[in-house]
Write a protein that binds this ligand. Structure first.
Ligand code: GSH
Length: 254
């Protein structure tokens, strides 16, 4: 009797847009983690998160089991597939990784929601997410989703602050994360670990998309950030690699 390999995991996430794995940092994180871990998966495009087990994307299906929340999924895959991307980290590195994760997922992710969905500069680009919705209902659907994001941000608290204060808070996150990030190629040096999926996801939606914000401007002014994001994308998502973005068109020789 031969043991056949388990069927590939199904990854339910928002459809891709722009030249990044996913505009949602959590979907981008999980798909990047799966690629670093070299676990086979199939993507199921899921534009509406309301039917997800916890009402949020991404989630995975493993045979008859559905699991939601990226951190819980990573723990599940560590147990069931024996993959631990952090196995070689020292206790102090594990502590740094958790602090960076909390900064980016429990605070900065809300700033991203704000810059992408609420600020006019960002929304101008993000609204293209709804281009696949039939034209007749598109304005209704996009304003419903934007309204839901506004409600999430108000309940969370961020939206009670001024635009300037929210931007300052987001910049502060990066000013805390960047000094603990190594010079590469990965966050902790030569080997990728779980935190790379998280940092790449947070950076990609800012520096590798056209979605404007003062935070994007700051991150794009840091050569380390752009190089890291492009390197991660080229390595794990070669199908999405494009020519490096330039802030200004190259000058012609006189
Ligand atoms: N803690 C969750 C967060 C997932 C999450 O916030 N997903 C967002 C997209 S980035 C979502 O589905 N939002 C839709 C909504 O709240 O309506 C995880 O790690 O998976």
């Amino acid at each position: 009797m031969t043991n056949s390999p388990p069927p590939p995991l199904k990854l339910f996430q928002f459809p891709r847009m722009f030249a990044i794995p996913n505009l949602s940092p959590f979907c981008c994180k999980l798909e990047t983690w799966l690629r670093i871990a070299q676990l086979p998966y199939e993507v199921v495009d899921t534009p509406d998160p309301r039917k997800a087990p916890k009402g949020k994307l991404p989630f995975i299906e493993d045979g008859s089991v559905r699991i939601a929340d990226t951190s819980i999924i990573v723990d599940y895959l560590a147990k069931t597939r024996g993959v631990d991307l952090d196995r070689n980290l020292a206790p102090s590195q594990r502590a740094i990784a958790l602090l960076v994760q909390r900064t980016l997922e429990e605070h900065y992710a809300f700033v991203t929601l704000y810059t992408h969905f609420i600020r006019a500069d960002g929304w101008r680009h993000t609204r293209a997410t709804f281009d696949t919705v039939p034209t007749i209902v598109r304005p209704l659907v996009s304003s419903m989703v934007r309204g839901r994001m506004r409600k999430i941000l108000w309940t969370q608290g961020l939206l009670r602050h001024s635009d300037e204060d929210i931007i300052v808070a987001g910049l502060r996150d990066w000013r805390a994360v960047l000094p603990v990030m190594g010079e590469g190629p990965f966050f902790f040096g030569d080997e990728p670990t779980g935190i790379d999926a998280i940092v790449f996801a947070a950076l990609a939606t800012a520096v590798l998309t056209p979605i404007e914000s003062p935070i994007r401007d700051f991150l794009r002014s840091q050569p380390k950030c752009v190089a890291y994001a492009e390197r991660m994308r080229d390595r794990y998502f070669p199908e999405l690699a494009v020519a490096p973005m330039r802030e200004k068109a190259p000058q012609r020789a006189a």
